[in-house]
Design a protein around this ligand. Structure first.
Ligand code: FES
Length: 320
């Protein structure tokens, strides 16, 4: 796979904006020409073209099967511009370009039990999953972890739709409100664990799931941002399809070096979480730094995230 991005953009309209908390706005999108938007599966996200050179990914949070899309977007003070600009500029009636849905975070509807854990704005893909599990009449729990009740979006809807399957955890409500993923996962060995949220929170939940004995194929996650260290020894990259060789310096990324040499590299998050820059490796051994590929995919060493990963070998040949 040279790139996972679908270049076909859809013209959409913001049909509704609702500021549900002081940090989270919910946007509903419809096709600009009134046709149905492409169907999506739980866990899917879309690219949103915020500005010509600024594309961001957001999870779809409505029920699969609906022909409109709903996004919940946090006005993140640490954002590199995307969510801030959306909060400042995107009002009801605005035109916007989006991609068709893509799903790197699929739900296994055959699981005996599903434990959905959303931290903060990471609740958004979990809501779509909860709707899919409810529609399929499957066993699940939806855990929503936030700092406090007034920081939580979607609350009335979640209480109404999921009743006792919804469990709320508010940090400011004390220790006994805190989630214990290890105990929850250990209680039912056939459980599939899904988590999305801030990277430190996710790392902790994933560790807890592993400590509870869940195998890797029952632990599913989607990072939406991450701290990534791109530094290391210099190495050489040959971009085979472009027939260009570059040297990647100790503190630059492969993508930066390739772009400087005129190779077009599609990127979005630039921190190893979205998968837009994933490229096939033809020769050499990657030094994986991303949070997108699974451990198994990393072990295969036949794909690399060009925005952040490096090489363990002195030379890499990549298919771009
Ligand atoms: S641009 Fe998102 S993983 Fe590289």
């Amino acid at each position: 796979m040279t790139s996972s991005i679908d270049n076909t953009l859809i013209n959409a309209t913001v049909t509704r904006r609702e500021d549900q908390t002081d940090e989270i706005a919910v946007f509903e999108l419809s096709s600009a020409d009134g046709s149905a938007l492409p169907v999506f599966e739980a866990g899917a996200h879309i690219d949103v073209v915020v500005a010509p050179d600024l594309v961001r990914q957001y999870s779809l949070s409505n029920a699969p099967g609906e022909t409109t899309y709903r996004l919940g977007i946090l006005n993140d003070p640490n954002s590199r511009g995307g969510s801030r600009q959306i909060h400042a500029e995107l009002e009801a009636g605005a035109a916007i370009q989006i991609s068709a849905p893509r799903n790197h975070f699929p739900l296994d509807l055959n699981a005996e039990h599903s434990l959905l854990i959303g931290g903060g704005i990471g609740i958004t893909p979990m809501i779509a999953m909860a709707y899919a599990l409810k529609q399929a009449d499957k066993s699940f729990e939806l855990h929503y972890c936030t700092r406090s009740e007034h920081k939580a979006a979607f609350l009335d809807e979640l209480k109404r739709e999921f009743g006792e399957q919804l469990v709320l955890h508010f940090d400011d409500a004390g220790e006994d409100q805190r989630i214990d993923p290890k105990t929850l996962a250990a209680a039912r060995p056939g459980t599939h664990l899904y988590v999305c949220g801030p990277s430190g929170f996710m790392d902790w939940v994933i560790e807890q799931g592993k400590a509870a004995g869940l195998p890797d194929n029952q632990i599913h996650f989607e990072y939406f941002n991450a701290e990534v260290d791109i530094s290391g020894e210099a190495f050489e990259v040959y971009a085979e399809a472009s027939d260009i060789t570059v040297q990647v310096g100790p503190s630059e990324s492969i993508a930066t070096a390739l772009k400087a040499a005129g190779v077009k590299v599609q990127m979005s998050c630039e921190e190893g979480v979205c998968g837009t820059c994933i490229c096939d490796v033809i020769e050499g051994t990657p030094d994986h730094r991303d949070h997108f590929l699974t451990d198994e995919e990393k072990d295969d060493n036949d794909q690399i995230a060009l925005c952040c990963s490096r090489a363990k070998s002195s030379r890499l040949v990549v298919d771009i």
